[in-house]
Design a protein around this ligand. Structure first.
Ligand code: PEP
Ligand code: MG
Length: 580
């Protein structure tokens, strides 16, 4: 039995057998096919070859532009492998004679060639093995859509272990099939972790050595609450965790008793407690956990796991049904936040050195007004069906916000001309998640009706700590005095300008910090659906003035660790259920 430690990404305990994605991140499914499926497999293969060729040509063009033609020519060898007729024939013949799925056939044939090349005396051919290997991975990735297809089609429950999982791959998982997942890399507020929480799948990320130390079919216990993985546990340990699993279920059941009660303190201070959603089918979970609305509707899912762009009509229908489902409670739609750790196939966004500081969110929307306008039209058209609000992600300064509002105004006029109804007035907000926005809140306040603090990004920018990098996860501290001061400033500046201030970053869902935020006067808490009853329980267990006093005292402490210990101690005293 070995114990591996990582970053707790999504709470809960799971016990199960491992499905391991190999170190090349590619799991090749083995499927027999019928004769009439052959043309379809051939078509998939042709498409994957075209897609790979297209990708390689793009790389060549970039290399030629940036480094010169000779660097681009390195990839000519890759193109030759793709065009190799012998290879192609072998694969097509194999499909007919062996009746295996094309990724399996392709992998077998190309591996045979690789083995032959690596044994040859000819130095030139030996050197080609790296190119062939690269082409193998590229074509397989295109055939498989990486893990996504596999994760969506599991037929028995497993614990997934992978070097990395993208948010779109995680979105394919289903609780019925994926008991939990473990990754080598990643951080607690990366979108893979956020997605796991929404799907209520326990997860430990940033384990670093998971794919090295865990083998296929190993039995593991995943403790997503404490960030621990126990490999090949003994019978006693399994029993202990089974008890823990039952205890967790009991706690969740008890927490749900507060579901229909208001989020208000013992001395009647009322706050709004809403939920964040990543996928539209989470709406029932929002209601089941007693949220008062949606404080962050992430719209990136429209772009996940597909090859075409979402239409206005499709978005309109989704926003309309969300508005209707929660009416009269508010649903805050965030305009699309593509980029960062969220990459999408239909747009083929260029890869960047610093994606979190790059072309993403509102920057992307302003550069692609066609996509932005379509989304704004869909939101406005859905607005008469309930209580919709909208907000822009990653505003970094006034001109950006003004430009976004100008476009919104133009879209309103367009709809008027088209005779399409929309609600007026519609509350518009800015996410405050960039330090420059935090420090110029007074200026931004003139353009919007509310702020929503996005601490997942705000913390990474304020502390210069990449939110998905496990190596520096210890520095990612929501309790850092610098973070507390920024948050305090945003709340106060928002209130001074007459705005309500909410928070939709993960910080709002952390019990000890929720206590602090309550004391600081935060108006709205938007957290993952499972956290809603947890945060409600805390709010209902304290007096607002007590929380205020605690919040002030915490501000005087010099380190994140001291703030954390101080707030946790108070939380345990005030809400004994949180004492472990
Ligand atoms: C945030 O940054 O806190 C936030 C809520 O947005 P996202 O996690 O989608 O970047
Ligand atoms: Mg953000």
């Amino acid at each position: 039995m070995i114990v591996l430690r990582g970053i707790p990404a999504s709470a809960g305990v799971a016990i199960g057998k491992v499905l391991l994605f190999d170190s090349e991140d590619l799991l090749v499914p083995h499927r027999t096919i019928t004769e009439d499926q052959i043309p379809y497999e051939v078509l998939r293969f042709e498409e994957a070859l075209i897609q790979t060729r297209h990708q390689i040509l793009k790389i060549q063009k970039r290399l030629a532009d940036e480094l010169g033609q000779e660097h681009a020519e390195i990839f000519n060898a890759h193109l030759l492998v793709l065009e190799d007729q012998t290879l192609r024939e072998e694969i097509l013949t194999g499909l007919k004679t062996q009746r295996l799925n094309v990724e399996m056939m392709f992998n077998e044939v190309i591996r045979r060639h690789l083995r032959a090349f690596s044994r040859t005396e000819d130095e030139y051919l030996r050197e080609r093995t790296a190119d062939i290997e690269d082409v193998r991975k590229r074509v397989l990735r295109n055939l498989l859509g990486r893990h996504a297809d596999v994760l969506g089609q599991l037929d028995e429950p497993v614990v997934v272990v992978a070097h990395s999982l993208s948010p779109s791959e995680t979105a394919q998982m289903h609780k019925r099939h994926v008991l939990a997942f473990i990754t080598d890399i990643g951080g607690r507020t990366g979108h893979t972790a956020i997605m796991a929480k929404s799907l209520e799948i326990p997860a430990v990320v940033g384990v670093e050595v998971a794919t090295k130390r865990i083998k296929k079919d190993d039995l593991v216990i995943v403790d997503g609450t404490h960030g621990e993985v126990i490999v090949e546990p003994d019978a006693d340990t399994i029993r202990r965790y089974e008890v823990e699993q039952r205890r967790n279920q009991e706690i969740s059941r008890q927490l749900l008793q507060v579901k229909d009660l208001p989020a208000q303190t013992l001395d009647q201070h009322r706050v709004v407690l809403s939920a964040n959603i990543e996928l539209p089918d989470e709406m029932p979970s929002v209601v089941a956990h007693g949220a008062e609305g949606v404080g962050l509707y992430r719209t990136e899912f429209f772009y996940l796991n597909r090859t075409d762009l979402p239409t206005e009509e499709e978005q309109f229908q989704a926003y309309k049904s969300a508005a209707e489902a929660l009416k009269p409670s508010p649903v805050i739609i965030r305009t699309v936040d593509l980029g960062g750790d969220k990459f999408f196939s239909p747009l083929d966004l260029p890869s960047e050195m610093n994606p979190f500081m790059g072309w993403r969110a509102i920057r992307f929307s302003l550069a692609r007004p066609d996509i932005f306008r379509m989304q704004l039209r869909a939101i406005l058209r859905a607005s008469p069906y309930g209580n919709l609000k909208l907000m822009y992600p990653m505003i970094s300064g006034l001109p950006e916000l003004q430009r976004a509002n100008e476009i919104l105004q133009e879209v309103r006029e367009e709809l008027r001309r088209d005779g399409l109804p929309f609600a007026e007035p519609l509350q518009v907000g800015a996410m405050i998640e960039v330090p420059s926005a935090a420090l110029t809140c007074d200026l931004l306040a003139k353009e919007v009706q509310f702020f929503s603090i996005g601490t997942n990004d705000l913390i990474q920018y304020a502390l210069a700590v990449d939110r998905v990098n496990e190596k520096i996860a210890y520095l990612y501290e929501p309790t850092h005095p610098g973070v507390l001061r920024l948050v305090k400033h945003i709340i106060e500046a928002g209130h001074a300008a007459g705005l309500w201030v909410g928070m939709c970053g993960e910080m709002a869902g952390e019990p000890a910090l929720a206590l602090w935020l309550l004391g600081m006067g935060l108006d709205e808490f938007s957290v993952s659906p499972v956290q809603v009853p947890v945060i409600k329980k805390i709010i209902r267990a304290v007096e607002h003035r007590t929380a205020q006093a605690i919040a002030q005292e915490a501000l005087a402490l010099p380190t994140g660790k001291e703030v954390e210990d101080f707030l946790t101690a108070h939380l345990r005293r005030l809400v004994p259920e949180f004492a472990e």
